[in-house]
Design a binder for this molecule. Structure first.
Ligand code: GLU
Length: 396
């Protein structure tokens, strides 16, 4: 029987992160001893004080549809958070709560992009950005960076990528997959370029904001005064609060964009889960010190994994300042044979690690960086040490 799917879905690549996680799960179920370092998912439990807020909400009979853009109390709490952490003044009509930051980003792309518009993606970029642009019939345009520039772009690169068709730039700091962070001065320099192009909007994905190391302070792009009116700031609870499955993301931005995002959400999903939203009020207002124990643990693992990877010939390792990924350059192996398997690409290398070392990582191809692989260190120290030991053995 024919399967007449739409061209839209036929042209859409599957999510490489989720595909690798699914493959690892499948192999595990078959009895293989797989260590999954592919998914960016904290291995901590959701903190007790947030769980208690959710239980209270269930007992208080929160069960109805919520406003499409989120409970008023949650939007107020998000306004307080934006002011407290980011120095950003947003009113409640500038906030939309969604089913994960993923939906917030997808909403923005849908409401801004017309067929044929160019969207600038700073590579490495998160896998789903390009897919979301393709769904909106825009053109994803990569601005490339690599390990030599700490995976950051220069103002000149941004300027060179802009054309009359450019509508949106997607930024992400701390970055998934590289962990790099832009400083205030670096963002101001990029903003100076955009000041000359008033028709370009900016999506600033700040989902890893609270997970940062070495005293580097995260900076919100919308906090550059000239950028406030055209930046959409996206954040969420999944990463810093160990709430990936609760699906709470949100955005702050111009009221007309928030209104349009509410309109599309109203036709597609409605407001997100009511219990998760009640718990989110508590999470968003909690002092950041309450989640520091998780960040400290990630930091410990970060240092350990860097040490271990630096010891493997052929791995060039960056030192991430945020998030929980390392993104080593493994192009040394291209054109070589490892135990009889010829490696031509990062995808070959990631597949080789899965098959020979039983370690799941993600190919850099999916992030617009064909020389790298992404390794998540949001796993236990024992798993990390064992995984790197196996990788070392498999490539020696
Ligand atoms: N954002 C996480 C990652 O990059 C979760 C998986 C996904 O949605 O891509 O691994």
């Amino acid at each position: 029987m024919s399967q007449p799917l739409s061209e839209r879905i036929k042209n859409l690549p599957a999510s490489a992160t989720l595909a690798m996680a699914a493959k690892a799960r499948e192999l595990k179920n078959e009895g293989k001893d797989i260590i999954g370092l592919s998914l960016g998912e904290p291995d901590f439990n959701t903190p007790e004080f947030i769980k208690e807020a959710a239980i209270e909400a269930i007992q208080a009979d929160y069960n109805s549809y919520t406003p499409v853009d989120g409970y008023a109390e949650l939007k107020d709490a998000i306004c307080t958070k934006f002011k407290r952490d980011n120095g950003l003044e947003y009113a409640p009509n500038q906030i939309v709560v969604s089913t994960g930051a993923k939906q917030s980003i997808a909403n923005v792309v849908q409401v801004l992009i017309n067929p044929g518009d160019d969207v600038l993606l700073v590579a490495p970029y998160w896998v789903s950005y390009s897919a979301m642009v393709i769904l909106a019939e825009g053109n994803p345009i990569e601005i490339r960076s690599d390990i030599k520039t700490d995976f950051k772009i220069t103002p000149q690169q941004l300027e060179d990528a802009i054309t009359p068709k450019t509508k949106l730039v997607m930024l992400n700091s701390p970055n998934n997959p590289s962990g790099s962070m832009y400083t205030k001065a670096e963002y101001e320099a990029l903003a100076a370029v955009l000041e000359k192009h008033p028709n370009i909007y900016v999506l600033s994905d700040e989902i890893y904001e609270h997970i940062n190391y070495d005293g580097v302070t995260p900076f919100s792009f919308a906090a550059v005064p000239s950028m406030y009116e055209r930046t959409i700031t996206v954040n969420g609870l999944a990463k810093a609060f160990a709430m990936t499955g609760w699906r709470i993301g949100y955005l702050g931005g111009p009221a007309w964009i928030a209104k349009a995002c509410t309109k599309i959400q109203g036709q597609v999903t409605s407001g997100t889960n009511c219990i998760a939203q009640r718990a989110a009020i508590t999470a968003v207002l909690a002092p950041v010190s309450k989640i520091k124990y998780m960040v400290d643990e990630f930091d410990f693992r970060r240092k350990r994994i860097i040490d271990l990877l630096q010891d493997i010939e052929g791995f060039t390792v960056n030192v991430p300042k945020g998030a929980f990924y390392v993104f080593p350059d493994i192009s040394f192996f291209f054109g070589k044979k490892l135990n009889g398997t010829r490696i031509e690409s990062a995808s070959d290398f990631a597949m080789y690690l899965l098959e020979k070392a039983n370690v799941a990582t993600v190919t850099g191809d999916a992030f617009g960086c064909p020389n790298n692989i992404r390794i998540s260190y949001a796993a236990s120290l024992e798993e990390i040490e064992e995984a790197i030991r196996r990788i070392k053995e498999a490539v020696s």
